[in-house]
Design a binder for this molecule. Sequence first.
Ligand code: ADP
Length: 293
Amino acid sequence: MGFPEANHDYMGAVTLKNVSKIYNNIPVVDDLSFEIKSGEMFGLLGPNGAGKSTTIRMTIALTRATDGEIIVAGYNVRQRPDLVRRSIGVVLQQTSVDADLTVWENLEFHGRMHHIPVRDRQQRIDRGLEYVELGDRRKDLVKTLSGGMKRRLQIARALLHDPQILFLDEPTVGLDPQNRRRLWEIIRDLNRQGMTVLLTSHYMEEVEFLCDRIGIMDGGKLIELGTLAELKNKYGEGLAIEQQGDRLESKFFPTLETANTYLESLPNKIGITIRESNLEDIFVKLTGRDLDE
Ligand code: ADP
């Protein structure tokens, strides 16, 4: 993209350096640093209150970081929020589509806001609605759409001005499994076409299914970062789960085989299950709690 003043020293699509946000003297994001590569699908995973939304809101220039530096698409968010906004598409839970407008009007309005010329605009709206399979609902009021359709419309809107990077804050929260799957396919397809994606989620399967790399946040800090394979390699691919009173105790092993060898070695094998570890096991080990609040 040829906007002026982009700092192309930054190879990553998104860079956060020592970023903090303080609300009421409490750091809700605390000295956060990470980089998202161009074309990457990056997932921020964490329980409610971990600081994921605040991180996204600072990165998309909706709220100012108290400290640190954020670069998006080559632009410093503090200095050029306008150019950052032009380079990104955003799907937030709060800024939902306007229920009293039609599907088409919602996109038309967004297209005008972004000064997309009229002919181009119509083509893009058509293409976008086709892409998210809402072409036959274009004249319908948004309030008549299902939750899944509204979310797809939000995605079409976020893509209308041809962004380089897409930000999705809890994109499938509240959707049934079928609609969630459908959205995953769309997000995955966009990424395969080259779109860089930052998404937040507290759904383990979502992050496992979609993301190239996973950052785990807790208490405003990034407590782990890596691919799923790297994380499994680090914490162990095999797991022994043992009933201890009314609790389940998990013990990691480097491989499934070593976990099985451990089981074999026990005189009493009752109540012990062996299986492959997953992201949720790693999350629970790291934070001491699971995500189903
Ligand atoms: P997450 O998205 O991981 O659930 P958030 O970023 O929404 O986490 O919130 C992190 C913490 O910051 C929470 O404790 C929340 O109450 C607090 N917080 C978020 N926004 C504000 C705000 N505008 N004013 C004060 N506190 C806030």
